[in-house]
Design a protein around this ligand. Structure first.
Ligand code: HEC
Ligand code: HEC
Ligand code: HEC
Ligand code: HEC
Ligand code: HEC
Ligand code: HEC
Length: 431
């Protein structure tokens, strides 16, 4: 009889609320959202290929524009072979060379290339000298994703036929996790319904019994759904949890204030690093004359452009803008991309000349960018993190001889990092 007494009922309703709350939190938590977010076509990774949606979309565009006239993403031969499974047939470096310039590869005597060429009656594939490695990898990522989709469609068909065995064999990916979770939720809801049913049946049954006054009171009492909300302990737990979630979201967004990763403003002249530093391999220092000498890398003046554009492409409207600037005796108004706050001291020569760090380490693959984009966050955490990890290149630098001896005496075999030479001291970076 005591089974349905007041505290027990209260407990039951609390459990119901707690499970509903948990389910809601589970679905709305960001960690869960990330678990669900990746598309199915990203599930089969290929080493060396970025299978993100953006890359695949870019690859699709390139494929449709450049390759579709001769290739299908299936087995089907159009003019050239179907590209399905090409990443398994061929190595990635080979594919990069082939797609950029198949004739060069054939002429170099590469046996695979020669065989392929003969197999297709010496039909020449177009050369794509203007495609970067990243472009080609994007195309291959698209080919792979199309392949994965075909496979999944096939697996789904097989699953229907064989009772899901094929689908399970392809691994426990995110869509199965979703299915399992939805299943769990349904089970929970069912359990809840059954429990409520039992309660109401029991109540009805007990009402018809001859019960002592005291027990009847308990049986007749309505189930109070609001009771848990009057329980202090329950409210405190929920409240604290809620506050924690809000605080985490708040801190995350505050950490991003002022971080400009990805910033890529349009410049007044369509100057391309991909063309100048990539294709024509002009040394960075030819234009950024300060990198080895001083604090600032320098943006080249129009005169430096004129060393070449006095002759090259004079008629181009973009080049005419350089002439216009020189005529008016005004500098070209480049939009600054990287910009540390005024209270931070950063020196290029210290990092490039002394520290021997490549530009790309901090600026990304500039030589592949049509428009310069900020790739690193430039936050204090970013500077400090590298200073903690990076070993100072002290060999052959007399300046460090004494320091190195001192470090060896104190720290033994542990390599000397930037931190050890004082790279974490506030005053080194702050005026
Ligand atoms: C004018 C037609 C044509 C175009 C356009 C073309 N290809 Fe080809 N491709 C061929 C032919 C033909 C072959 C077979 C080898 C040969 O005859 O040179 C081939 C072979 C290949 C192979 C080797 C396949 C294998 O089985 O090893 C790959 C990879 C490839 N092409 C990728 C591409 C990509 C990527 C593009 C677009 C950027 C592209 N092709 C554009 C005609 C073309
Ligand atoms: C032919 C001259 C030239 C060469 C060579 C060159 N650059 Fe530049 N660079 C420029 C010009 C002009 C700008 C300003 C316009 C812009 O941002 O695109 C610039 C801008 C930049 C910026 C962004 C500056 C800012 O506003 O924050 C970085 C970083 C950079 N270059 C790095 C490099 C690296 C690394 C290389 C070598 C791989 C290189 N550059 C080679 C001319 C050059
Ligand atoms: C060392 C030689 C050299 C220097 C210095 C140089 N360029 Fe160039 N630039 C080239 C070459 C080569 C091309 C490609 C011309 C072609 O496509 O035929 C080119 C192409 C261009 C184009 C594309 C023009 C078009 O319409 O296709 C622009 C814009 C340009 N440069 C701007 C600049 C600016 C701005 C500077 C100075 C910051 C600069 N260049 C410095 C060699 C140079
Ligand atoms: C250790 C990281 C690091 C390395 C390595 C590095 N840079 Fe920078 N670069 C920066 C930072 C940080 C800024 C922003 C500086 C500022 O706002 O005062 C910057 C700014 C620039 C600018 C904008 C103009 C200026 O001087 O502020 C150019 C151009 C540039 N870098 C080119 C280069 C080139 C070329 C190399 C390689 C020779 C290089 N950088 C190597 C971190 C780096
Ligand atoms: C890629 C790694 C890397 C990053 C990122 C980096 N640094 Fe450094 N930094 C170094 C190395 C390596 C040295 C040591 C060079 C040497 O041998 O003196 C150094 C040295 C310094 C020094 C001189 C320290 C001393 O004790 O002499 C200052 C100041 C400095 N960095 C500031 C910065 C600032 C500010 C940033 C961020 C905007 C930054 N660094 C980002 C690698 C890095
Ligand atoms: C290796 C270089 C480096 C060192 C060492 C360093 N800082 Fe910073 N600090 C930075 C950079 C870069 C920023 C700018 C961050 C930004 O703009 O997001 C910064 C920003 C700050 C800010 C402003 C907060 C903000 O996000 O705008 C404070 C305060 C600060 N630093 C204090 C310190 C103190 C205190 C120390 C010593 C314990 C120190 N820093 C050591 C590089 C450094």
């Amino acid at each position: 009889m005591r089974l349905l007494n007041k505290p027990n009922r209260l407990m039951l309703t609390r459990i119901c609320y707690a499970s509903i709350f948990l389910i809601v939190m589970l679905f709305s938590s960001p960690a869960w959202a990330q678990e669900v977010a990746p598309q199915d076509n990203a599930t089969q990774e290929v080493p060396g290929l970025d299978m993100s949606e953006a890359t695949i979309a870019k690859g699709k565009e390139l494929f449709v524009g450049r390759c579709q006239s001769c290739h299908a993403v299936t087995d089907e031969v159009v003019i050239g072979p179907g590209l399905k499974g090409v990443l398994e047939r061929r190595e990635l470096p080979w594919l990069l060379k082939w797609i950029r310039n198949s004739q060069a590869l054939i002429q170099s005597g590469d046996p695979t290339a020669v065989q392929l060429y003969n197999e297709y009656n010496q039909t020449q594939m177009t050369s794509f000298l203007d495609l970067s490695d990243d472009d080609i990898k994007a195309i291959l990522a698209y080919v792979k994703s199309a392949e994965n989709q075909q496979q999944e469609a096939a697996a789904d068909g097989a699953a229907q036929a064989e009772g899901g065995e094929a689908a399970q064999a392809s691994g426990l990916n995110s869509s199965y996790l979703t299915a399992i979770l939805v299943g769990l939720v349904i089970v929970l809801v069912l359990v809840l319904a059954v429990l409520l049913l039992i309660v109401s049946l029991l109540t009805r049954f007990l009402k018809n019994q001859d019960l002592p006054e005291e027990d009847l009171e308990v049986v007749n009492e309505k189930i109070d759904l609001t009771a848990p909300f009057r329980s202090k302990a329950f409210l405190t737990v929920v409240g604290v949890f809620f506050l924690l979630v809000v605080a985490k979201a708040g801190i995350d967004s505050l950490m991003d204030v002022g971080v400009q990763t990805g910033y890529a403003p349009t410049q007044p002249i369509a100057f391309s690093h991909k063309l100048h530093a990539g294709k024509y391999q002009i040394d960075c220092q030819y234009c950024h004359t300060g990198v080895r000498k001083g604090k600032s890398a320098n943006i080249p003046s129009a005169n430096i452009c004129m060393n070449c554009h006095g002759e090259i492409k004079r008629g181009s409207p973009e080049i005419q803008k350089i002439y216009a600037a020189i005529e008016k005796n005004e500098p070209i108004k480049w939009v600054r991309v990287h910009n540390l706050q005024d209270f931070v001291y950063f020196n290029h020569a210290q990092h490039v000349q002394v520290g021997q760090i490549e530009c790309q380490h901090c600026h990304g693959e500039i030589e592949k960018m049509e428009v310069v984009q900020q790739r690193s966050p430039l936050t204090m955490g970013w500077c400090i993190d590298c200073h903690r990890k990076t070993v100072v290149k002290a060999e052959g630098n007399d300046y460090y001889d004494r320091l190195l001896q001192f470090h060896k005496a104190n720290a033994g075999k542990k390599p000397m990092t930037v931190e050890d030479i004082g790279g974490l001291e506030c005053s080194k970076c702050h005026y």
